[in-house]
Design a protein around this ligand. Structure first.
Ligand code: HEM
Length: 423
């Protein structure tokens, strides 16, 4: 269990909420950034489930290459649940597509970019350290105490922004506990993490931060070899499958890739969950009086406006998808966020309905690359909604604050959640 002194120190680490705001409006049509679902829906209605994007223009709108893919091959946008599910589950025909700049930033061989034959054995090894038992342990020892400490600080204010106070802090602090960083390094870790995540604003700084982050992990791995602890790195050092262990370099690359994978996504998911629960009439009070509604609310937030809209894949051979012939090595933007609004799957798909009957969505993808952290992210979201509504049953959006709109095309969330704490 995290001790009080560490808890108080880490709760005060500087983390800039600006890094989790939408910057896409600077490079894309701001109206599309605000309402991408309408844009994708219109495009799907006009052109179908699989659409070629030529010269970065889709339906007359500039749609820049927001993900690192191979510009020498054509680009296609994939919309609609059936086509999306086919791509994420049919691995011989569709592979990961994080080459080039992503390898420079995150290191060659990061798990999300791997394909057969290396991906499965590496993932099977890592999954031993990421099981339900670990998530249970993280919840009671770290997630809940960290959230309570942050809420204590908010409780001293009449008005506050939950993104700055809470949502941009929880995932960073939780991941620090997962790795077991010494208290004095947590500020440095948080700084490097935000530098890596702002690669689209300052590429050189991000690459330097990534190298420095690698060094932090290298030192940590050496320390854990000498003195194992109760953390992911010690776990990874001990796991073995059919005589195989992870090399130091594989561990460094995995840990570093986990930083944006875990922080950017979960911070945004928490902002959307809290902001939407407050903005939806009756939702906050219903959750406060009946916490059993929390789990379905989490799933509905993820379906309705999860933090990721698009993931990259590529074709490994010529293949037909939703009636469209795709050449080998075509770049695919898989629109998981829009598949979760498919009207053939959900009634009134654009409506947030926290009492909706639960049905599987694809916000964590599916198949061989299903998000490794999906249970952890769900647990963080559930605890945020449960603990916040219990502690602040009278919390309400601040009428003088920003509107709680979910914005962004590639990454989506609410930039600020201005509230009156009701204390
Ligand atoms: C709400 C929060 C999150 C969302 C929406 C999310 C979503 C995703 C998605 C869509 C993928 C890509 C799957 C594919 O390429 O088909 C992914 C992969 C991954 N995620 Fe998450 N994620 C979240 C949180 C986390 C957390 C908290 C962690 C770790 C602590 C994590 C670790 C990973 C890893 C390691 C992969 C690569 C898995 C592989 O390629 O085998 N994610 N995630």
């Amino acid at each position: 269990m995290i001790d009080n002194e560490r808890l108080q120190k880490i709760a005060n680490v500087d983390i800039d909420p600006e890094f989790f705001c939408s910057i896409e409006a600077k490079v894309m049509d701001p109206e599309v950034v605000r309402k991408p679902q309408e844009f994708f829906e219109n495009a799907r209605g006009k052109f179908g489930d699989v659409i070629e994007v030529q010269d970065n223009i889709l339906d007359g709108v500039a749609f820049p290459t927001i993900l690192p893919m191979n510009p020498e091959h054509p680009y296609f946008l994939v919309l609609g649940m059936e086509a999306v599910k086919t791509v994420v589950t049919d691995q011989p025909s569709f592979y990961q597509n994080y080459g080039g700049s992503m390898d420079i930033l995150m290191g060659d061989g990061q798990i999300a970019g791997l394909n057969p034959p290396r991906h499965k054995p590496l993932r099977d090894l890592i999954m031993q350290a990421f099981n339900k038992q670990s998530v249970d342990h993280l919840e009671s020892n770290y997630i809940v105490p960290i959230m309570q400490e942050l809420m204590d600080k908010s409780a001293r204010k009449e008005t506050t922004d939950l993104v700055a106070d809470f949502t941009c802090r929880v995932p960073t602090l939780v991941i620090c506990e997962i790795f077991g960083f010494p208290t004095e390094q947590i500020g440095r870790f948080a700084e490097l993490a935000t530098d890596i995540m702002s690669a689209s604003i300052d590429w050189d700084k991000a690459v330097r931060a990534s190298a420095d982050m690698g060094n932090l992990f290298e030192v940590l791995i050496e320390e854990r070899k000498e003195k194992p602890g109760d953390d992911l790195i010690s776990n990874m050092l001990s796991v073995e499958l059919e005589g195989e262990r992870l090399s130091d370099q594989e561990m460094i690359t995995f840990c570093r890739a986990l930083v944006p994978a875990a922080i950017e996504t979960t911070t945004r998911a928490l902002s959307t969950a809290l902001g939407t629960a407050l903005a939806t009439p009756g939702c906050w009070s219903a959750l406060a009086s009946d916490p059993s509604l929390v789990v379905d609310t989490v799933e509905e937030v993820l379906r309705w406006n999860g933090p990721i809209m698009i993931i990259p894949k590529r074709t490994t051979k010529e293949v037909e998808l939703a009636g469209v012939k795709l050449p080998k090595d075509a770049n695919l933007w898989i629109c998981i966020g829009h598949a979760n609004r498919d009207p053939s799957e959900w009634d009134n798909p654009h409506q947030f309905n926290f009492r909706r009957e639960r049905k599987p969505h694809v916000m964590f993808s599916m198949g061989a690359h299903l998000c490794i952290g999906n249970q952890l992210a769900r647990r963080e979201m559930a605890n945020a909604l449960k603990l916040m509504t219990q502690r602040f049953p009278n919390m309400a959006l601040d009428p003088d604050g920003a509107a709680p709109d979910v914005v962004g095309v590639q990454f989506r969330s609410i930039d600020r959640v201005d509230v009156k704490t009701g204390i």
